[in-house]
Design a protein around this ligand. Structure first.
Ligand SMILES: *Cc1c(COP(=O)(O)O)cnc(C)c1O
Length: 235
């Protein structure tokens, strides 16, 4: 299976698509970061990416990420934690991930802050927003975002860097444009309020099916798994 997947060519296609989408929308391609979502994929495939110059990876399971980091043992790599995080797993993530994309409760933020204090680090986080109000998704509802920010903004060892969303699964990526635009407007709105301790410049949105639309709508981070590594096989 693995041998059939041409990671090098997949990566260059994704980078080219991002570049085209940036051009179409008058954006600087350097303002967009690609996270290679390596969840469920073996270290051997991650190494192939590294050989192609890609050093930013995303994982959604705390222990899987920690063991891959230990195995690869490479300080040049950046790891983003993008999955739902339980409080008892925070210890595996804080200090390992350069950013946690999935903060969706005050208790989780509190646990991340406590672990960051313990380790003497500042933890960059994103607030996960359930932008389409789907029952099946984690995340804060857009209407609750200001209360949420108020509750977490004074934790000394977390830095709120922006917003993240997992858009609905759709056949036509254009259907998600409205959600990406909504998330961006939310970020602009938050910044316009000049809340103490809060300035956000990260918009993590767009996956294999819709990252080009997300870039057109202002994504600064796109998270692409299948488009680089091929389909995931869950056993
Ligand atoms: C798995 C995952 C991705 C990547 O999804 P693809 O459709 O394979 O690109 C992106 N973001 C999150 C939060 C994920 O869990």
């Amino acid at each position: 299976m693995t041998a059939e997947i041409d990671i090098k060519s997949n990566l260059s296609k994704v980078y080219a698509n991002i570049e085209r989408a940036a051009k179409r929308s008058g954006r600087d391609v350097n303002d967009i970061t690609l996270i290679a979502v390596s969840k469920t994929k073996p270290v051997s495939m991650i190494k192939e990416c590294i050989e192609c110059g890609t050093v930013i990876f995303g994982e959604n399971k705390a222990q899987e990420m920690a063991s891959k980091i230990a195995e690869l043992h490479d300080d040049n790599l950046n790891w983003h934690f993008i999955g739902h995080l339980q409080r008892n797993k925070v210890k595996y993530v804080v200090g390992n991930a350069c950013m946690i994309h999935s903060v969706d409760s005050v208790r989780l933020a509190e646990a991340i802050n406590a672990e960051a204090v313990k380790k003497g680090v500042i933890c960059d986080i994103l607030i996960e927003v359930n932008i389409a109000c789907e029952d099946t998704k984690f995340g804060i509802k857009a209407e609750d975002i200001y209360d949420f920010i108020d509750e977490i903004r004074n934790f000394p060892n977390i830095k709120i860097r922006g917003l993240m969303t997992i858009a609905p699964y759709v056949d036509n990526p254009e259907d998600n444009r409205v959600h990406f635009r909504h998330l961006r407007n939310l970020l602009v709105d938050i910044n316009s309020k000049n809340i103490d301790n809060v300035y956000m410049d990260v918009l993590s949105m767009g996956m294999t099916g819709d990252y080009e639309v997300a870039v057109e709508e202002g994504a600064t981070i796109v998270r692409v798994g299948t488009g680089i590594f091929g389909d995931r096989i869950y056993v």
